[in-house]
Design a protein around this ligand. Structure first.
Ligand code: GUN
Ligand code: FE
Length: 423
C-alpha cells in the first residue's frame, strides 16, 4: 500500500510545456500515493513522515510511454530497412503470429515486463496481439511490475495474413471473453480497446467494437496518418470518409467523450487537426519510429500551439527501445530537421518541452499523472548522474538535459509508482 513519506533531493517537474520547476534540495511530500507538493522547507505538519534523503540526486516524475507494442519487443533493432506496410507484412505480422504459442509468449513477455520494470517508464499504453490468452498473460506480468498500464488485445479481421487474422465474429467473441476474464483481476492494469488500424478492421468489426466500448466504457488506442501509402489506402477502403481520422470518428472511436490515443499523426490534413482538437484526442508522437520506418516528421509544434493533448511513444519495435528519455531527445532532433527542411515557421522543441511531453503531456491520459503538483499521483524516478562525470558544476536544468541525451536505466536508482516503491 502507498504510504505517507517525504523524498528529499534535487526536484524537477513540469508545470506546463514551457515552465520547468527546479527546486534544489527540496522536499517532495507523498500522502496516500498522491503528491502533497514540493517545498523548499518541509512544512511542520509533515515533519513526522519518514524521510528518504537522496542527497545530490535528481528526483523527476515517472515517464509515460503512450504507445508501444509488447510482442514486437523481441525484434527491436532488427529489420529497419522497410516502410510501414511492407514492414508490417514481412517483419511484424510473422513475429506477432508466434504469440498463439503460450510458451513463446511467456518467454518473450517475461523479458519485456522485466525490462519495462527497470526502465524510466511508470505508465504505458500497450498493444498486445490478437491472441486472447497471450494478452491475459501479458496483463498478469505487467500487473506484477507495479507499473500502471493500459493493455489491449488487438483486433484485426481483414488485410492480414492467414497466420494473423480473425473472423469478425471470432474477434468480437474473443474480445468479450478477454474483458470477462480480466474483470476485477488487477489493480494496476486496465484494458484498452485496440482496433489495430482502419486497414485491418472491417466496418462491421468497428461498429460492433463501438458497442463494447460503450458497454465497458473503454478507452481506445489505434494508429493514425502514419504513412502516405497507408493514408491513400484508407481513402480507398472508406471512400465516404473526409480524412483518415474521420473514419475512426464515424465509428465513435475518436475522442469526443471516448478517451482516445492516436499514434503517429505524421501527415494530418488541417481538418484532421481541428477534429483532434475538438474531440480531445491524444496524440502519441513516436519520433524514432517515424524515422526508422521513413514515415516522416509529425508537426508537434503545431499540436502544442493548438493545445492538442500530446505525449511521447516509443512504438517498439518501430522504435528500437523502450526509453522515453531517448524519445525526448529524438523528438527534439526530428523537430530541428522539420524546422530546417520542411517549415521554418515551426520552431524546434526545447528540452523543457520534450520533458513535458514525456511526463505531464502523456501522463494526462492517466488522469493526474506526470507532475509533482499537488494532487498528482506520485510517480517518481531518482536519477543518479555521478557516473556521468562533468568537469564543472552544472545547474539542475543542465543535469536534466544531460539525462535526456545520455542516461539509460543504469542511472535510475529508485522508482515509485502512485506512491509505491518499485525498486
Ligand atoms: N500500423 C498498424 N500496425 C502497426 C504497427 O504494429 N506499428 C506501427 N508503427 N504502425 C502500425
Ligand atoms: Fe504502433
Amino acid at each position: 500500500m502507498a504510504e505517507n513519506f517525504v523524498l528529499k533531493g534535487n526536484i524537477c517537474y513540469s508545470q506546463d510545456s514551457r515552465a520547468l520547476i527546479c527546486v534544489e534540495q527540496g522536499y517532495l511530500v507523498c500522502t496516500d500515493g498522491i503528491s502533497a507538493g514540493v517545498y523548499k522547507e518541509l512544512p511542520q505538519m509533515y515533519a513526522g513522515f519518514p524521510l528518504t534523503d537522496y542527497g545530490d540526486r535528481l528526483i523527476v516524475p515517472g515517464l509515460t510511454d503512450l504507445h508501444l507494442h509488447a510482442p514486437q519487443y523481441s525484434f527491436r533493432g532488427l529489420g529497419m530497412d522497410l516502410e510501414l506496410l511492407e514492414w508490417l507484412n514481412t517483419r511484424t505480422f510473422p513475429e506477432e503470429a508466434k504469440y498463439s504459442d503460450m510458451e513463446y509468449a511467456k518467454r518473450a513477455y517475461t523479458i519485456f515486463a522485466e525490462n519495462m520494470k527497470h526502465s524510466a517508464t511508470t505508465r504505458a499504453c500497450i498493444f498486445a496481439t490478437m491472441h486472447r490468452e497471450a494478452t491475459e498473460l501479458l496483463m498478469d506480468l505487467m500487473e506484477e511490475t507495479g507499473l500502471k498500464t493500459m493493455v489491449g488485445k488487438v483486433n484485426m479481421d481483414r488485410n492480414s495474413p492467414d497466420i494473423l487474422v480473425e473472423e469478425t465474429e471470432e474477434s468480437l467473441r474473443e474480445t468479450r471473453q478477454w474483458l470477462a476474464d480480466i474483470k476485477g483481476r488487477y489493480r494496476n492494469t486496465v484494458p484498452i480497446l485496440t482496433p489495430r488500424f482502419i486497414p485491418t478492421c472491417t466496418d462491421t468489426l468497428m461498429e460492433e467494437l463501438k458497442k463494447l466500448q460503450m458497454e465497458y466504457e473503454l478507452p481506445v488506442q489505434s494508429h493514425l496518418s502514419e504513412n502516405k501509402g497507408e493514408i491513400d489506402w484508407v481513402k480507398e477502403l472508406c471512400p465516404w470518409s473526409e480524412f483518415y481520422g474521420d473514419a475512426y470518428d464515424h465509428f465513435g472511436m475518436f475522442g469526443n467523450g471516448v478517451k482516445t490515443i492516436m499514434a503517429h499523426c505524421v501527415w494530418p490534413p488541417e481538418k484532421e487537426i481541428q477534429r483532434m482538437k475538438e474531440n480531445g484526442v491524444y496524440v502519441a508522437h513516436c519520433p524514432q519510429s517515424n524515422t526508422n520506418l521513413s514515415s516522416g516528421i509529425a508537426p508537434v509544434r503545431t499540436y502544442l500551439e493548438q493545445g492538442i493533448h500530446t505525449g511521447l511513444g516509443t512504438d517498439v519495435a518501430g522504435g528500437a527501445g523502450e526509453s522515453v528519455f531517448r524519445a525526448m531527445a529524438d523528438a527534439i532532433q526530428v523537430s530541428k530537421l522539420r524546422w530546417r527542411l520542411v517549415d521554418e515557421t515551426l520552431k524546434p522543441l526545447t528540452a523543457e518541452e520534450a520533458f513535458y511531453l514525456g511526463t505531464k503531456g502523456g501522463g494526462g491520459f492517466f488522469g493526474k499523472a506526470g507532475s509533482f503538483e499537488e494532487g498528482y499521483e506520485l510517480d517518481a524516478l531518482v536519477l543518479n548522474d555521478e557516473s556521468l562525470k562533468h568537469p564543472q558544476p552544472l545547474s539542475l536544468k543542465e543535469r536534466l538535459e544531460r539525462f535526456i541525451y545520455i542516461s539509460d536505466e543504469r542511472h535510475i536508482d529508485a522508482k515509485y509508482v502512485a506512491g509505491s516503491k518499485i525498486f
